[in-house]
Design a binder for this molecule. Structure first.
Ligand code: DX5
Ligand code: ZN
Length: 234
């Protein structure tokens, strides 16, 4: 059955001097989530935002908070982000051992929050095996995490399809999210491959009209998704 894609604008590309107005804009345009990029200057070279900001953001809007943790110690910090109002928490497979991966998902679920795990472009999807049957979402990075405004790495759509197949085999249907360099040109590729949630930083917030840009990406993705479904005869 056709399920429209959801857009998760990344506020890393928003105007920090006027965040409330930017969030209002994307909420009115129908954003599915607010994507919050947390970088610790260690797992990735960049340093961005954290708990105090999430606390305020989650109170300021009804749009669910999709928290992308690009940090080295997710097990320590996950409880902080839960308390700050995260609705979905994504941690990186590269930051944890297999046992810690299972433990992180358990910790997030125990708090009634949705759990997601992410793989960087060079990480094979096989590493997801310990949790693929249990996660609510898998985030496929289509750029090296660390900075917004990078170009989509070709072939990321193939990885999306691999995750869909792997999850299905395990009897799970997690949302598949793609993050990095997604815009009107690249959204159709990943949507056709099975992506459900598209993160957009610059494609939305660097546009003159962020609401129109969001809808344009959404339309392009849904069109490709419909065409892919028709091809499969679904
Ligand atoms: C990259 C972040 C992304 C990034 C997306 O490490 O996880 O969410 O901000 O920005 P664009 O869409 O501009 O690539
Ligand atoms: Zn992100």
């Amino acid at each position: 059955m056709f399920q429209p894609v959801k857009i998760a604008p990344s506020i890393l590309s928003a105007n920090f001097m006027n965040l409330e107005a930017d969030i209002d804009r994307i909420a009115k345009a129908g954003a599915g989530y607010v994507h919050v990029d947390v970088m610790d200057g260690h797992f990735v070279p960049n340093l961005t935002m954290g708990v105090p900001l999430l606390k305020q953001l989650s109170k300021a809007t009804d749009v669910p908070m999709d928290v992308h943790l690009m940090i080295s110690n997710p097990l320590v910090q996950i409880p902080w982000f839960i308390a700050a109002g995260a609705d979905i928490i994504t941690f990186h497979a590269e930051a944890v051992t297999e046992e810690e991966m299972v433990e992180a998902v358990r910790l997030i679920h125990e708090a009634g929050v949705k759990a997601a795990v992410s793989v960087k472009p060079k990480t094979p999807v096989e590493v997801l095996r310990p949790v693929i049957a249990d996660v609510d979402m898998v985030l496929v990075m289509s750029v090296e995490p660390g900075f917004s405004g990078q170009s989509y790495i070709e072939g990321s759509d193939v990885k999306v399809a691999q995750v869909v197949a792997m999850a299905r085999e395990a009897g799970n249907e997690p949302l598949i999210q793609v993050d990095g360099g997604i815009g009107v040109k690249t959204a159709p590729l990943v949507a056709a491959a099975g992506a459900d949630v598209l993160v957009c930083g610059n494609a939305v917030f660097a546009a003159e009209d962020p609401a129109a840009a969001l809808r344009a990406v959404e339309d392009a993705a849904n069109e490709a998704r419909l065409a892919a479904l028709a091809k499969q005869g679904a």
